[in-house]
Design a protein around this ligand. Sequence first.
Ligand SMILES: Nc1ncnc2c1ncn2[C@@H]1O[C@H](COP(=O)(O)OP(=O)(O)OP(=O)(O)O)[C@@H](O)[C@H]1O
Length: 507
Amino acid sequence: MESPLLSLRGISKSYGQVHANQQIDLDVAPRSIHAILGENGAGKSTLMKLIYGVEQPDSGTVAWNGQNLSLASPAEARRAGIGMVFQHFSLFESLTVVENIRLIVAGKKAELAERIRKLGHEFGLEVDPLTHVHSLSVGERQRVEIIRCLMTDPKLLILDEPTSVLPPQAVEKLFETLRRLRDGGVSILFISHKLEEIQSLCDRATILRGGRVTGHVDPREHDAHDLARMMIGRDMPEPMPALPLDEGEKRLELIGLDYRPDDPFAVPLSQVSLVVRAGEILGIAGISGNGQSELAALISGETILPRDQRDQIFMMGKDVGMLEPAARRQLGFAFVPEDRLGRGAVPEMSLTLNSLLTAHPLNLVKRGLLDKAQATAFTNECIRDYDVRTRGPEAEAGSLSGGNLQKFIVGREIMLAPKLLFLAQPTWGVDIGAASAIRKRLITLRNEGMAILVISEELEELFELSDFIQVLHHGTLSPPLVTRDTKPEDIGRYMIGAQSQREKAIA
Ligand SMILES: Nc1ncnc2c1ncn2[C@@H]1O[C@H](COP(=O)(O)OP(=O)(O)OP(=O)(O)O)[C@@H](O)[C@H]1O
């Protein structure tokens, strides 16, 4: 092999009792796309943080182009030619795209805006440089992160689950971008839970389990089942069959919902109608930025309808358009937001306190005081049942790996035994074994009569879960399509607005 661009030997890193990385050896060749594979909590993000100078190893050596390298900060890593796009975004919401980029890349605003447009166009990462970040969807924020990284002209680009929120078309475009970058001499470290992606994109893969390297392979020589087995140490579980059920009562109904946001960058919704019945899963497909966050806020109660808009949102038969989130939850509604660190959990608080955020009605508070024993028992149950890998209920939410925090939030909301459960991107960042366990659980709950609404950008996920799929495009919702009679291409046409509203619809 050509001498490696980056070479790690015996790298270890612990957080207290947790050995996040142990004796890691890794060589990244020049001009290669190298996958890092592993379950939630296997140590992938930690390893990337060590390479990017966010954290320093306890022991071991790093060589960069054959020279010893020790990085005290990400700024030093960037100067050396290492760039990273994080799983959790690091953009300032109150600044515009170009202002955010200017914090890292030198240049005049107008010039930078022009470069952002050009790069966006060239690599299929279109985003308006003058938009405020708070009005961007998760997918759009990720585009900004990737562009910002490309603007520092890295020799090694680290991408932590870059495709998890991108629609299929954008994934292919991103892959073209990455291949072009590789051909131009950039090496890429690519973390993903999607084995098919790794096989189509990567020429090498390193597999981690429990903080240790369990193998270096060429992913093109192994099928997805093989890779999954190496990663999780057993075969993938089979999907759960959905049982046919009689038509249940309506638990959520939107009738001709119109919404004009004050924010000029937000997407207005027009004539959105949907029904979710007991014993049914409705999936909402669509490319992010088409009104998903606006719709989610209206359903959760984060956005409240003005007084004159009556009879547009019903939960359990009650007009809830003007009710606060807590009042909706009292009716039997639970919600897993897409933004797990901003809205789903408070990173600085322990898991037990995070349980209280939504589960306090389950006798976790007595006479205004925290019932510590009950709250800890609830949290322990959630950790055990949802396979949340953490040191315990007192761990800060922010110390969990991304996928494990997501499992915790999904578990907490399901444990409320709601009548209506709404999940936005339920398995974002969750490894394949755990994602399949969450989907199985959702189908079991559906079979037991829960009404479930899922917003997801992952079509495969919606096909596995949903009885019906509706597609959100430019703030309007397609009619419901019966999943078993629908092909992904049909959904794809709605996603880009190419399908006439009447075709393929059920009456
Ligand atoms: N700052 C921290 N404090 C304490 N423990 C931590 C910290 N960061 C990571 N850990 C622990 O180290 C282990 C490895 O976490 P890491 O985030 O590297 O996993 P990962 O493979 O990237 O997982 P995921 O796929 O869920 O993102 C986990 O057990 C995690 O809880």
